[in-house]
Ligand binder design. Structure first.
Ligand SMILES: [Zn+2]
Ligand SMILES: [Zn+2]
Length: 317
């Protein structure tokens, strides 16, 4: 499992934004002709209208990658090592020589978990010999030598010492990294988002993508529990758009949050970009308003945080 997860983390190609996010040839020309930032933003805003993009730069501008010539989907970042835009980029990991992002984040988590278990197992099984060796003196020493099939003292000592310290050091560092990433999964944040909170239309919101513990976990590990411990891809979504917990409707985005807007190209091509479900605390406010329509009962998938056609959402702004 450890080797499998490690293999998957290394050799799963990070996913790049879909072609809908790339500028068309005419848009590129248009953009090059404009030298003022504001008019360029105007063009980008027009293109972004048809795409499920809800995050902005710190200054409120549309996120655009100059290198890849594309509009960055939410949670996507440009990796300077890979020189590509990576969907839901977490970080570029030198240990696996690969970008950890949407396509392999689950594998990365499993890799951390299994390598931690492995190191803990080595440390635990080695501990008794380590203690005997350094505390009991000659008698244990003799037994240990017997156990190790008569290895010379110095070599045996070195092996025990090296194995114990390397395994315990790795255990400690892996445990801290694993706990940190578990926390990130619970909060539905990437490492980059933990460092710098995502900026939405209405402002910065570090919990913008958080849907509650269970949904956050399922976003990474999927709905079926049997796939959780196995390094096969089971994350939810397409990596380009993510359900957010915000009720604020972006005036520049298609006005309906149902994802069924005709302007939505993705929907027209058979792919439906999920839209915005509600934050738990805010949905309480809406329960009292008679804006739910049971007749449009959402399917299970819809409830998971995608569309809810019967919902009318007020703009808080
Ligand atoms: Zn890029
Ligand atoms: Zn990278």
């Amino acid at each position: 499992m450890f080797v499998w997860a490690y293999w998957q983390t290394i050799f799963t190609k990070p996913m790049n934004p879909l072609k809908e996010f790339h500028l068309s040839y005419s848009d590129k020309e248009l953009l090059e002709r404009e030298d003022r930032g504001e008019s360029q933003q105007e063009i980008l805003r027009r293109i972004a209208k048809d795409l499920p993009i809800y995050t902005r730069t710190n200054s409120g501008a549309i996120r655009f990658c100059d290198r890849c010539q594309l509009l960055k989907p939410d949670r996507c970042h440009h990796c300077s090592v890979c020189d590509k835009c990576i969907l839901k980029m977490d970080h570029h990991c030198p240990w696996v020589n690969n970008c950890v992002g949407f396509s392999n984040y689950k594998f990365f988590m499993l890799f951390l978990a299994y390598s931690l278990l492995y190191c803990l197992f080595i440390t635990a099984t080695n501990l008794q010999y380590f203690i005997k060796f350094w505390t009991a003196g000659g008698k244990a020493h003799f037994r240990l030598r017997e156990y190790l099939n008569g290895l010379p003292d110095t070599q045996a000592k070195f092996h025990i010492l090296f194995l114990f310290f390397s395994a315990s050091m790795f255990s400690v560092s892996l445990a801290s990294l694993f706990i940190y990433h578990c926390w990130l999964v619970c909060k539905n944040r990437s490492t980059l988002e933990a460092v710098r909170s995502p900026v939405f239309r209405h402002g910065t919101d570090k919990n913008g993508f958080s849907l509650g513990f269970s949904k956050n976990f399922r976003q990474v590990f999927g709905d079926e529990a049997k796939y959780w411990p196995i390094p096969v891809f089971s994350s939810l979504g397409d990596g380009c758009s993510f359900p957010t917990c915000l009720v604020n409707v972006d005036p520049e985005q298609p006005s309906s949050p149902t994802g069924s807007n005709p302007a939505n190209k993705g929907a027209a091509e058979g792919r439906q970009f999920p839209s915005k479900p509600l934050r738990e605390s805010q949905s309480r406010l809406l329960i009292s308003t008679p804006s739910w329509s049971e007749s449009d009962s959402a399917t299970d998938k819809d409830k998971k945080g995608a569309s809810n056609p019967g919902m009318i959402i007020e703009n808080e702004a």
